[in-house]
Each structure stands twice: as C-alpha cells, then as structure tokens.
Design a protein around this ligand. Structure first.
Ligand code: XUL
Ligand code: CO
Length: 436
C-alpha cells in the first residue's frame, strides 16, 4: 500500500527546475572531491520527529494529519508506521534513518513486555531495511520521556532508575547491532540538574561514566562495532546538561578514560544554544579526532529554545561541509535531519518539502565548500598568517627548544617584536561570499 500516493520518488532536476519536489543541487551520483554526493552527505531521516511528531506545543495539541497513523500507541500501529516510514525514506532517496527505541515501539507494562514490543518492531525494521536497502545510521534509547527519568537516567539519585536505564541501553544496543547500525548515540536529555541545592554533581558524573563504560564493555561482549557518540546540548529540558558543549563532553570523556571509544554527534542548534557556532563545535571536535556525526537542524535567532527547524541557510551548510571536508569526510557519521516541520505545516506533503529543502541546502553547501577548497584562497591566507611559526624563533618555540630565558635573550637583542599584520576579516568574508 502507498501512504504517500501523490508523491513520486524525488529526482534531481538541476538548478533551473521550478518543481518544488525536485532536487536542484543534490545529484546523488555526482562526484565531488573524489566521492559521490551520496557518499559525502550520508543523509539520514529521524523517526521521532518525522514519524512521531504531532505538532503539539506547550500551548496546544498536535495538528499534523498522518493518515497512516491511528493515533494509538499499539504495536499494530507501530508496524504500519514502519511501512509509511520506509516509503518516505525511499521516495526521498535517503540512504539512512535513525531512531530511539521508544519512537519505533510502544512501552509495555513491564520491561519484559517493552523489550518484546521493541523486538517485534525491530524484526519489521530489519525486513524493510533488507527489501529497500535503507540503512540505520544510529540507534539510541529514549531515557528522558518516561516520568521515571524525572531526575535523570545515568545521573539519577535513584539507583533502581539507573538499573532500568542500563537495561534499556543493553536492549537498544542489541537492536542497533542487529540492524547494522553504524553508530550508537547518547543524548543526555535529563542528565543534568535544575538545582545544585539538591544535586551531588561529582557522584552523578561518576555514574554517567559508569554507564558509558558498561556500554563499551557490552559492545565488546556482543561484537558491536558501531561508533559511540555523545550529543552535546547545554540545556532543555534540564537547566544545565552535563554534556553541554563539545569542550565539556571531551573533557568528561578524557577525565573518565572514555575518549578512545566515543566521538561527538554535533547538532547545529545545540551549538547555538551553547553560545557557539556549529563551525566552532566542529573545528574543536575535529582537531581532537572526535568529530563523529551531525544533527542538521537550525534554531530561530529570535527564539531561545530548540526549535529544530530544517536547514535552509547556505552559509551554515557551507561552513558545516567545509569542516566535514577539512577533517576528511564522514566515516560512520552522516547528515541526520533531527528537524521537524512547523505546527502550521500539518500535511504529509510538508514532510517532503522540508527534507527536499534540507537535503538541497546541504548539497549546495557541499558544492560551495568544495569550490572554496579548490581555489584555496582562505586556506592560503590562514597558512600565511601563521608563517612566523614555520622557521626561526617560531619553529624553535613549536619544537620545544625555546625557554623563557632563551626568548628573553632573543627579545633583549631584538628590542621589540616585529609589527603585526591585518587579520583581514572583512576581506575574507567577501571571499567567502564569492562562492555563495
Ligand atoms: C534533542 C535531540 C535528540 C537527540 C537524540 O534535542 O537532539 O533528539 O538527537 O536523542
Ligand atoms: Co539531535
């Protein structure tokens, strides 16, 4: 059965096309810097917003029309959703998808029943993956929606809730492995605090690291080869989240001997909420070999919360792809649309407009980034800017040969440092604009 009968598979029609449901920039098989656009971008669609989002907000109920969904949380309805999901993935030509355990299958009245529900849906997901060729970018456990996690999952004050979370991670990892998932994500929705008056921060962080070590051990035990990812976010739902930004995550991973096993899943709007740019978060992670994957949504600069909008801004996508190319491209990661249509965009076809636009924005960003790299004007400027480090006193400092005393001697002889050169920010911004 077709759940989107009015939609045909989206085709590349080139930049002149005025067909709103065609790609203008995403030409999957076109080769850029030695790889196809499909291999570069590794697009992924999320189950939670796309298949489970209703458009509800704190002021009103859902608005979304989803004819295939009977609105119940039954296993039968979950099985129908799988069919609709894979039709959508295929019609969008998306090679990957991602899910939380609780998006795909309903929670039962006990953990045993919940796991059985999940297994039933996972079997169907597997069959659909096999018949369509769509693959799993990552799986994860939702350890933030159920009220039991009100104080956190790994960082809860209640040891039995930790035990529940551990059991949930175990099952979610097994399912992710069985479905060939290329990554396993931890996003700590409630791993943080609302008030330090009631919080033992040290103990909570120790427990978070314990859960991650258990996951690393279990991956070895069952032969799960996927990459573990942590997704930084500074706040929402908690006031302070322990994985608040890339620097906080990397510090945490290093402090608890977890860095060899984890990379980061960076989300554009989480970077914004943390007061950083996505480019900063990517560069900071990339230079420490911790850039794993990205969730590709944007926020609204006039709103301070996580609006999870589809990306349309070429500056953002070009900067993002510039960082991906700089660090050698995605390995296990991809461009995952953790984004939702607006509450007012309630028709099924809006899901297509949203993804077509997001995919095209990233395809255009990839093309722009590749052009910028080909001419190399910005790279050359940066290289020259640091050229005083390539020889003489700069090289002595970098190689560790210099000391405070040797540098004092050098400066006493010289009298003063040579004059500075302009940073040329405006010129570089103009150069970037040449390619947009
Ligand atoms: C929440 C968020 C999550 C993670 C997965 O802001 O981004 O959906 O991507 O748990
Ligand atoms: Co996300």
């Amino acid at each position: 059965m077709a759940y989107f009968p009015e939609i045909a598979k989206i085709q590349y029609e080139g930049p002149k096309s005025r067909n709103p449901l065609a790609f203008r920039w995403y030409n999957a098989s076109e080769v850029i810097e030695g790889k196809t656009m499909k291999e570069h971008l590794r697009f992924s669609i999320v189950y939670w917003h796309t298949m489970r989002g209703t458009g509800s907000d704190p002021f009103g109920p859902g608005t979304a029309i989803r004819p295939w969904d009977d609105g119940s949380n039954s296993v039968d309805n979950a099985l129908t959703r799988v069919e609709a999901a894979f039709e959508l993935f295929q019609k969008l030509d998306a090679p990957y998808y991602a899910f939380h355990d609780r998006d795909v299958a309903p929670e039962g009245s006990s953990l045993r029943e919940t796991n059985a529900n999940l297994q039933k849906i996972a079997d169907s997901l597997k069959a659909h993956q096999q018949s369509t060729g769509v693959k799993l970018l990552w799986g994860t456990a939702n350890m933030f929606s159920n009220p039991r996690f009100m104080h956190g999952a790994a960082t809860t004050c209640n040891a039995e809730v930790f035990a529940y979370a551990a059991a949930q991670v175990k099952k979610a990892m097994e399912v992710t492995k069985d479905l060939g998932g290329e990554n396993y994500v931890f996003w700590g929705g409630r791993e943080g605090y609302q008030s330090l008056y009631n919080t033992d921060m040290k103990r909570e962080l120790d427990h978070l690291a314990k859960l991650f070590h258990m996951a690393v051990d279990y991956a070895k035990e069952i032969g799960f080869k996927g990459q573990f990812l942590i997704e930084p976010k500074p706040k929402e739902p908690t006031k302070h989240q322990y994985d608040s930004d890339a620097a906080a995550c990397i510090n945490f991973l290093r402090a608890y001997d977890l860095l060899p096993y984890f990379k980061l899943n960076l989300e554009t709007n989480h970077a914004t909420l943390a007061g950083h740019t996505m480019m900063h978060e990517m560069d900071y992670s990339g230079m420490q070999d911790a850039l794993g994957s990205i969730d590709a949504n944007t926020g609204d600069l006039l709103l301070g919360w996580d609006t999870d909008q589809f990306p349309t801004d070429y500056y953002l996508t070009a900067q993002t792809m510039l960082m991906i190319l700089k660090y050698g491209g995605f390995k296990t990661g991809g461009v995952n649309f953790d984004a939702k249509v607006r509450r007012e965009s309630f028709e099924p076809i809006d899901l297509f407009h949203a993804h077509v636009g997001g995919m095209d924005a990233f395809a255009r960003g990839l093309r722009i980034a590749a052009e910028i790299r080909k001419e190399g004007l910005i790279d050359q400027f940066v290289k020259n800017r640091y050229s005083s480090w390539d020889s003489g006193i700069g090289a002595e400092i970098e190689s560790g040969k210099a000391s405070l005393a040797s540098l004092e001697k050098f400066m006493l002889e010289k009298g003063d440092a040579s004059p500075n050169e302009s940073g040329r920010q405006e010129m570089l911004e103009n150069i970037f604009n040449l390619y947009i």
